[in-house]
Design a protein around this ligand. Structure first.
Ligand code: CP
Length: 349
């Protein structure tokens, strides 16, 4: 078994639950990652499998077989980040690559009026992959049209955060590997509660989209929101898209009523909009005193605020630190595939 106290991981069980098939990963070569929508379930499962392989035996790939040697990552983050920027950088370095980090757009030609398209032309010359976080949702689209190297959306305003959703799914499937089976035993299907606003939070938007790729795993998704929302809970067509894919969605304002019947509780309170952020759901606070199921897990993309009490940190419900840890392995898997180095690790057991 892997590490606990905060690691709380079981990648070997997930590895065993997903049959290896390298084919779907080939479609990631040189592909931009902008939205979860573009991913097939088969590809996502193989990505999770590769992440579990990295996590099960990190030394094998990091010390003795570094598939990204000679490759350069451009990590461009124009909005604050602890986890996403550092975990992409960590993932890349663990696999032997080098990276360039930009943490302030005013240190680039953008401050002199240079267009994003022209910056993308330059990126083509300097690196092999770009990771972009930009509070302005349209920036990733402007850059991806010009880039010949692949770009990853690391959060674009209120739109999407696809690799966070992959890390979320990786955590859930590690916790209950039977959810990744082609046929999920009915008694293993779960109810997941999401405390957040799907129309305003990129993490929630991407999470719902990735859950909808695996409707057989989720008995019900319960979206829990404050009664006095400033915005519609869903964008036009958003809920319908998810339900058409097979998700059963319930909405409620009552957290205490739902908690005893939830297997996974996901909470987020922040929405990034342009250069600032909104707080949502300040009426909600998860503490260890709530009537959780004994085996229920709590997820949070972090950074946390008052909505997630530190008193939960030393309980078995804390899988949010494992969620952040697992994101490194998930990003290692994705990056390896995108820059066409997967063949160096896929056939290695
Ligand atoms: N989960 C996440 O996006 O965290 P950061 O804002 O710290 O990158």
């Amino acid at each position: 078994m892997g590490p606990d106290v905060f690691g709380r991981t079981q990648p070997q069980e997930l590895l065993a639950a997903i049959a290896e098939d390298g084919e779907p990963l080939l479609e990631l070569i040189n592909q931009h990652v902008v939205s979860i929508q573009a991913f097939r379930p088969e590809t996502l499962l193989q990505l999770l499998r590769l992440a579990a392989k990295f996590e099960s035996n990190p030394d094998r790939y990091c010390r003795h077989n570094t598939p990204l040697t000679g490759k350069i990552l451009i990590n461009a983050f124009y909005e604050p980040s602890t986890r996403t920027r550092l975990s992409f950088d960590s993932a890349w370095h663990r696999l032997g690559g080098d990276s360039i980090n930009i943490t302030d757009r005013s240190t680039t030609g953008i401050a002199k009026g240079e267009s994003l398209e022209d910056v993308a032309h330059m990126f083509n010359n300097y690196g092999d992959c770009v990771v972009l976080r930009d509070g302005h949702a349209e920036a990733i689209y402007a850059m991806s049209s010009t880039l010949r190297i692949p770009i990853i959306n690391a959060g674009n305003g209120i739109d999407e955060h696809p690799t966070q959703a992959m890390a979320d799914l990786y955590t859930i499937f590690k916790w209950r590997p039977s959810l990744a089976l082609p046929t999920v035993p009915p008694e293993d299907r779960i109810r997941i509660g999401i405390i957040g606003v799907p129309s305003r939070m990129r993490t929630v938007r991407s999470l719902l989209r990735i859950l909808a790729k695996f409707p057989q795993a989720f008995e019900e998704v319960v979206v829990i929101h404050a009664p006095d929302l400033d915005h519609p809970l869903f964008d036009p067509g958003q809920r319908e898209e998810l339900e058409t894919m097979g998700l059963s969605i319930k909405t409620t304002t009552s957290l205490p009523q739902e908690i005893p019947d939830l297997d996974v509780i996901y909470i987020n309170a922040i929405a990034w909009v342009g250069d600032s952020y909104e707080r949502h759901g300040e009426v909600f606070r998860l503490t260890r005193d709530l009537p959780f199921k004994p085996e229920a897990i709590v997820l949070h993309p972090l950074a946390r605020g008052a909505e997630l009490s530190t008193c939960l940190d030393n309980t078995p419900h804390n899988w949010y630190f494992s969620q952040a840890r697992g994101a490194v392995f998930l990003r290692m898997a994705l990056l390896t595939c995108m820059v066409n180095r997967a063949e160096r690790v896929i056939d290695v057991v």
